[in-house]
Design a protein around this ligand. Structure first.
Ligand code: 13P
Length: 410
């Protein structure tokens, strides 16, 4: 249950005047530290995976761990693609398990941004996934983006924000009002009047990128003006790097585990400080009672074929796995054959959708229509179909894993 709909998490925060931390993670240490903090202070949390960080880890490899962390949590969790570059990467992220996506087409002209974002919203909403749009330019003051976008901040305007939300149908808006990604040089000056007007004009949860370096007062004022999601990364990276430097100087630092000693705990301390400051701490139970679980749907077909041999069945299955797994919202395609020779039905499809909305969008998707009409239905006229959701899963050995985990905390 605690892997939940991100829209419900942020609507609750927006209505009740607090903000949820969206922490970018780059390793399992970050994942564990962020989750430990959320559990400790009973806060909702968003696990951010930024596309610009995919060079540091294997996204497909880390996602099962991120999803497992969300599903075993006792606090509300969502998994979000941060700064998605295009439709293809957004589909990939959803099919790998993200239940929120951000479109970052803010460096393109306004009209193009609307078009890109609209296409992304149509696709994501057909999967039940909410979308964060972005207007205005929030510079990245530290890495290679500094060279590609040397200019300063481009502020979000109220008129453009209104038109953008209306024409795209986004669920949350990231605004540019003076923050930057990374370390801010000098004292950040935020445009409060602009933020207030945007919030009054839109009435949807607002997002702040570049949370690092802002003061407690600034966070409180941001939240008071409609900010319900705060993106935060550099400060977590700073405390981790500082501890690794300290561990390097320590006597026992002759091993990887020696250098990484207490990394999760230090990340957790900083994430917890934010959760308390932003007001999400202590609200988990209330949020859980209001939000919808993020539960997949299993689309199961059992069938017999007529007029074709086994090798043709396998060819059709292979083609189905290829085309159907690329449809937005499809998490997995499993094809199978009965173990018993005399089984009443001989073959199966088990297709996992990320959300019930996909039952309908999958059925209408051109790739599915073409596969079903041309290849599958003509030969599989004896078939049974059911779409079901899991009521409860027990994973064998889960208790054992928890015991192992609690003894591994250095
Ligand atoms: P900071 O690294 O400045 O905290 O910003 C993170 C961010 O906005 C990710 O989208």
């Amino acid at each position: 249950m605690p892997f939940v709909d991100m829209k419900d998490i942020l609507q609750h925060a927006y209505r009740h005047n607090y903000a949820v931390g969206a922490f970018d993670l780059v390793s399992l240490d970050f994942l564990q530290g962020i989750m430990d903090a959320a559990e400790r202070c009973r806060a909702s949390v968003i696990l951010n995976l930024a596309e610009s960080h995919f060079k540091y880890f294997d996204f497909n490899l880390i996602m099962p761990a991120v999803e497992a962390a969300a599903r075993r949590a006792s606090v509300p969790v969502a998994i979000h693609l941060d700064h998605g570059s295009g439709l293809e990467s957004a589909i990939h992220a959803i099919n790998q398990g993200c239940n929120g996506i951000m479109v970052d087409a803010s460096s393109t002209p306004f009209f193009d941004n609307i078009q890109h974002t609209r296409a992304m919203v149509d696709m994501a909403h057909a999967c039940g996934v909410p979308v964060e749009g972005k207007l205005g330019y929030i510079p990245n003051v530290e890495d290679e983006e500094l060279q590609t976008h040397p200019g300063g901040i481009t502020y979000t305007t109220v008129a453009e924000a209104r038109a953008y939300v209306e024409k795209t149908g986004i669920d949350f808006l990231a605004v540019s009002i003076g923050t930057v990604h990374g370390h801010i040089k000098g004292k950040p000056k935020l445009d409060w009047q602009r933020l207030k007007q945007i919030n009054e004009a839109l009435g949807i949860p607002l997002v702040i990128h570049g949370g690092t370096g802002l003061s407690g007062d600034q966070f409180r004022r941001l939240i008071g003006n409609g900010v319900a999601k705060i993106n935060y990364y550099t400060a977590l990276s700073d405390v981790a790097a500082k501890l690794i430097r300290k561990n390097t100087r320590a006597d026992n630092a002759n091993s990887y585990t020696g250098l990484m000693k207490n990394i999760c705990a230090t990340i957790a301390t900083e994430a917890e400080r934010c959760m308390r400051l932003w007001g999400s701490a202590g609200r988990a139970a209330e949020v859980l009672s209001h939000c919808r679980p993020w539960s997949p749907v299993e689309h199961l077909i059992i069938y017999n074929v007529e007029g074709i041999d086994e090798s043709r069945v396998e060819t059709i299955m292979a083609e189905g796995r290829r085309v159907l797994s690329a449809i937005p919202g499809v998490r997995e395609v499993v094809t199978g054959k009965a173990v018993q020779e005399n089984a009443k039905y001989r073959y199966t499809w088990l297709i996992r959708f990320c959300h019930p909305t996909v039952i309908d969008s999958f059925r209408k998707h051109p790739a599915h229509v073409s596969f079903a009409d041309k290849l599958f239905r003509p030969v599989a006229n004896e078939r049974i179909r059911i779409d079901f959701q899991t009521i409860e899963t027990v994973v064998s050995g889960q208790n054992h894993q928890d015991i192992a985990r609690s003894t591994e905390h250095f």
